[in-house]
Each structure stands twice: as structure tokens, then as C-alpha cells.
Design a protein around this ligand. Structure first.
Ligand code: CAA
Length: 266
């Protein structure tokens, strides 16, 4: 890979991306506290161990808590919580610390790339790099450029995706881009159908896995993505969010990551 990759964030997307990139390069991952750095190290190690037959040394991901450490990166990807205020504030800080010729990127799944490019103060060197859960397994990256992005930024973003062995599709800067815009109304309608019919999550999921060839049923997929993330995406794309999903989020039942969602996890 031609870029030195820096990643800001310690969640599933940040760690999944770091582990994926570590297959071909050393990566610096910034976490906001010692606690989240520790969790990130464990998460990266767990993901690296899943690359069957081709183990990746998790030490190739250097986890830091100091933003200065991102100064040597040539491509800095923000991958924190899906919240406009948090992302904009961090991008503003990253612009201060990143090298002047570094490209800044965001993994937002639903926020406006044009707005985040403004927060990053690098209109020419900014890109939305929308990766999917679990990052090492999902082959797509939706690339979203603000209209101000330079040709060089576009070329470098495409090359980065290639180095990560992902297929990049350039999509417009619209809420939900393409995948979430089409996927989440379907997932929400599965929840509504469950409420209307009193079918179990297993029954709905089995129908879609066995009858429609989906790798994961819609209810399991919501739990997998995170119900809070699903709610944020639903709001961004203007979908009707099922009351049942909102109620689970309000109770702190966020899916797999919290141990309880539509399903219970050990
Ligand atoms: N790294 C990290 N996690 C991995 C992984 C890897 N390389 N490979 C699998 N996983 C995880 C799974 O999530 C699951 O987690 P745990 O067991 O650790 O709890 C486990 O590994 C199961 O994996 P298996 O290998 O047993 O399962 P599988 O081979 O049948 O495939 C899958 C798992 C690839 C996730 C498949 O079910 C699938 O493709 N599901 C659909 C995923 C999908 O649609 N993703 C997009 C979601 S939308 C999104 O991400 C957008 C957004 O903006 C939020």
C-alpha cells in the first residue's frame, strides 16, 4: 500500500478496518482513552486471528491515545460514533494534526460528506469511505466525494480501496448512500412484520435466509449492526423506525454488542 494509514476510533468499524489494512501495511489507530485503547487492542487481536491460513500480526496496528501520532499518516480515517457533532469536532482536530498533504476520510454511513468536508477544512482532500460490517469480510466500499475533491484525492482513495482488496463504487452524497438507503427500509419492515404477525425472530430470519438466500436474516442483521446505529441510519434516511426497535434502544438493548437485542447473546 502506498499510503500510511491512520485511523481515529476504537469501535467495530475502526478496529475491523485497522486489522484489514494490517494485512498489507502498518497502521496507527488512535483511541480517545486508555480504556478504549485497551479494548481496541483486544478487538484488533481477535479480528487478526480470524484471517484463516494467513494470520496477521496484531502488533502491526499501533494503538495510541495521542493525536500527534497521526502526523506521519498520509491518509487519516475518522471512524467514531455516528453523530454529526462528534465527527465534526474530531475532524476539526484531525485537520490540525494531520500532515498538510494528508487526505482526511470518514466512515460515516449516513451523514452528509459535504458537511463533514467543511468540518475537516480540507475541501480538496476529503472522502467518505463507507465500509461494512464485518469489515474484513465485506468486499464493498462506497466512495463518496464532495464536489470539491481533487483528482489526486479521487485517485488515492481508489488506490487505497484496491490495496485493501475491496471493490470501490462511487456513490452520490445522499442520505444512506446506496446500500443503507435500500437495506434499512427492508430491515425495518421485517421488524414491523414480526410485530404484526407475532412471528419469532428465528422464523422471520429463517424465511429470508432459506427462501431468499440472505447470509443473515434481517432481525439478526439489525442486532449485528447495532440497534442504535440502525436507529441513527433510519433517522438520516427518513425511514419510519419501528416502535419496537426504538423501545429496545431506549432500554440500552443495542444488539450483539450489548448482549441483548431482538436476540439474547451469551
Ligand atoms: N472479522 C471480524 N468478524 C468476523 C469475521 C472477520 N473476518 N468473519 C466473521 N466475523 C464474525 C461474525 O460477525 C460472527 O461474530 P462472532 O462469532 O465473533 O460473534 C462470526 O464472525 C460468525 O462468522 P462466521 O464465519 O461463523 O459466519 P459466516 O462465515 O457465515 O459469515 C458474515 C458471517 C460474513 C457476517 C455473513 O453472515 C454475512 O455476510 N452477513 C451479512 C453482513 C452484512 O450484510 N453486512 C452489512 C451490514 S450494513 C452495514 O454495515 C452498513 C452500516 O453502515 C452499518
Amino acid at each position: 500500500m502506498d499510503e500510511r494509514l491512520g485511523i481515529a476510533g476504537a469501535g467495530a468499524i475502526a478496529c475491523g478496518l485497522a486489522a484489514t489494512a494490517a494485512r498489507t501495511a502498518e497502521v496507527v489507530l488512535w483511541a480517545r482513552s486508555d480504556g478504549s485503547a485497551q479494548r481496541a487492542r483486544a478487538r484488533v487481536a481477535k479480528t487478526c486471528a480470524k484471517f484463516e491460513g494467513n494470520p496477521v500480526d496484531p502488533e502491526r496496528v499501533r494503538v495510541v491515545t495521542d493525536l500527534e501520532a497521526l502526523a506521519t499518516a498520509t491518509f487519516v480515517v475518522e471512524a467514531v460514533v455516528e453523530d454529526q457533532g462528534h465527527k465534526a469536532a474530531l475532524l476539526n482536530d484531525l485537520a490540525d494534526h494531520a500532515a498538510p498533504d494528508a487526505v482526511l476520510a470518514t466512515t460515516t454511513s449516513s451523514l452528509s460528506i459535504a458537511d463533514l468536508a467543511l468540518a475537516a477544512r480540507r475541501p480538496g482532500q476529503f472522502v467518505g469511505l463507507h465500509v461494512f460490517n464485518p469489515v474484513p469480510r465485506m468486499k464493498l466500499v462506497e466512495l463518496v466525494f464532495p464536489h470539491t475533491a481533487t483528482t489526486e484525492t479521487r485517485t488515492r482513495a481508489q488506490a487505497l480501496c484496491q490495496a485493501l482488496e475491496k471493490t470501490a463504487v462511487e456513490v452520490p452524497d445522499i442520505p444512506g448512500f446506496v446500500v443503507n438507503r435500500l437495506l434499512f427500509p427492508y430491515l425495518f419492515s421485517a421488524v414491523e412484520l414480526m410485530s404484526e404477525t407475532l412471528l419469532s425472530p428465528e422464523d422471520v430470519d429463517n424465511c429470508m435466509m432459506l427462501g431468499a438466500g440472505q447470509p443473515m436474516g434481517p432481525i439478526a442483521l439489525l442486532d449485528f449492526v447495532g440497534l442504535d446505529v440502525a436507529q441513527a441510519i433510519g433517522e438520516a434516511i427518513g425511514a419510519t423506525i419501528p416502535a419496537k426497535l426504538r423501545a429496545l434502544v431506549a432500554k440500552g438493548c443495542l444488539g450483539r454488542k450489548s448482549g441483548q437485542g431482538f436476540y439474547t447473546y451469551e
